[in-house]
Write a protein that binds this ligand. Structure first.
Ligand SMILES: C[S@@+](CC[C@H](N)C(=O)[O-])C[C@H]1O[C@@H](n2cnc3c(N)ncnc32)[C@H](O)[C@@H]1O
Length: 229
């Protein structure tokens, strides 16, 4: 099938919008240093000009294949898939692209999870896993300007850290993208589509933003989005 890499000349001029063909995505993600990060379910990736998710959807598929190898049953697989998903972050300027990005991430997760649960574990998909995946994707795919670090309303872009506490538990904590990048994050650089960024190896920055405080919960119950009172 012919890949549509350009939507209009105007968008190329205004936003540099040219999508990456699948074979180039594969070539880049096949680099040994990237593969090593993909094999680490917790290693984070940020795509600051995510488009419709050419890189992020392929990263998700590859990480879910790693999740499968690490799982002994359907329950473990569901949790490992959510851990894999929670490590992927994207920022995209244009509304229609973000909509496509979110849809593509949701579809990729749902199809791969359903297929493997059925084929590999002869089981039914857990609806809580699918609902929690939607919450993670909504939180991790931001519409905004990655250079100015703000949303279309001029508000700071906020990302969630999903800290795996073991025993199938997770702690969600919100940080502004600005805090993550401004020396208050460990790496301080966002260079490219597939560069691993240890996004949340931060000093404690939670004091200086007004983020929501979430309860610890099981990975499967992320969708409940329970906050601490
Ligand atoms: C060259 S395309 C690459 C898209 C995608 N990474 C891919 O490989 O298919 C660049 C994308 O960055 C988006 N973009 C342009 N300026 C941006 C900005 N300041 N912040 C976030 N995204 C931006 C464009 O809308 C476009 O979708």
């Amino acid at each position: 099938m012919q890949e549509e890499l350009i939507k209009s000349d105007d968008r190329v001029k205004k936003h540099g919008e040219v999508f990456t063909p699948k074979r180039i995505v594969d070539l880049m993600l096949d680099q040994p240093e990237i593969t090593a990060k993909i094999n680490d379910l917790h290693a984070t990736f940020l795509e600051p000009s995510a488009g419709e998710g050419a890189f992020l959807t392929e990263l998700l598929l590859r990480k879910m294949q790693v999740a499968l190898k690490l799982s002994n049953n359907a329950k473990e697989y569901g949790v490992n898939c959510l851990i894999a998903l929670s490590s992927l972050y994207g920022i995209e300027l244009l509304e229609d692209n973000v909509e496509a990005l979110v849809m593509n991430m949701n579809d990729t997760f749902r199809d791969e999870y359903r297929n493997q649960v059925s084929q590999h574990f002869n089981s039914e998909p857990d609806q809580r896993i699918l609902k929690s995946a939607k919450v993670i994707i909504r939180a991790n795919m931001a519409q905004g300007d990655a250079l100015k670090r703000v949303t279309s309303d001029g508000e700071p872009i906020i990302f969630s850290e999903w800290q795996d506490l073991g025993s199938s538990k997770v702690q969600r904590t919100e940080y502004t993208f600005d805090d993550i990048i401004e020396g208050r994050g460990s790496t301080g650089s966002v260079k490219g589509a597939t560069e691993q960024l240890d996004l949340f190896a931060l000093n404690d920055v939670s004091d200086n933003n007004e983020s929501v405080s979430y309860q610890k919960c099981s990975w499967a119950n992320i969708y409940l989005e329970k906050i601490t009172s």
